[in-house]
Design a protein around this ligand. Structure first.
Ligand code: 5GP
Length: 184
């Protein structure tokens, strides 16, 4: 895998801006869920850094659980309507206030299917917190209750978002230089 410096076109959101916005979202979630039970659900793997930082900024007692889905994609970077659960929640979310934490909403199909599936488990409430949104790419209607940043239609990586599973550890969100990036 190439180093990130070799394939970085530009830093889109730097580390300080990410942390500042995550703190604001944490404060908002803390106020909204004051006095209520809360469970954060992280969609693996892209949302891990965001979920960890967000959780530390949430001052109300809350639980965490994790799930992984894979989409029946039409291409490597496209997703279609249906998702398959590859790792399910360990917790029963019935009657719980669930906040789904996602890295990015692109076409919207992933979140739309996860919401539909989790909705059948009868949570008390079900909301979405996404770090990034690419509204230009939306195909499925998805209500995003808490949003970090709306971004242009560019392929991004870092802060959880991968390039063929690499570079999730970066503390910023960068745009990939697709002319320099050599996918395997
Ligand atoms: P959707 O179903 O909304 O089209 O796709 C959402 C998923 O596609 C995200 O969870 C993420 O894994 C992937 N994705 C969408 N856009 C990007 C991007 O710009 N960079 C990376 N690394 N992944 C993306």
């Amino acid at each position: 895998m190439q180093s990130y410096e070799e394939i970085l076109a530009e830093v889109l959101i730097d580390s300080d801006s990410l942390q500042k916005r995550v703190a604001e979202l944490g404060a908002q979630v803390s106020a909204d869920y004051d006095g209520r039970d809360l469970v954060l659900i992280c969609i693996l793997r892209g949302a891990v850094p965001f979920m960890v930082d967000l959780s530390r900024r949430i001052t109300v007692p809350h639980m965490m659980d994790f799930m992984a889905v894979s989409s029946y994609g039409i291409g490597k970077y496209e997703s279609t309507g249906s998702v398959r659960v590859t790792f399910d929640l360990q917790m029963d979310i019935r009657n719980r206030n669930v906040l789904l934490v996602e890295d990015i909403v692109d076409s919207g199909h992933t979140i739309a299917s996860v919401l539909e599936m989790l909705g059948t488990r009868q949570p008390q409430s079900l909301k979405v917190c996404a770090l990034l949104d690419k509204p230009e790419r939306r195909e499925a209607h998805v209500p995003i209750d808490y949003l970090g940043f709306s971004i242009p239609n560019k392929y991004v990586f870092g802060y959880g978002l991968d390039l063929d599973e690499y570079h999730r550890n970066l503390t910023f969100v960068g745009v990939v230089d697709l002319e320099k990036y050599k996918a395997d």
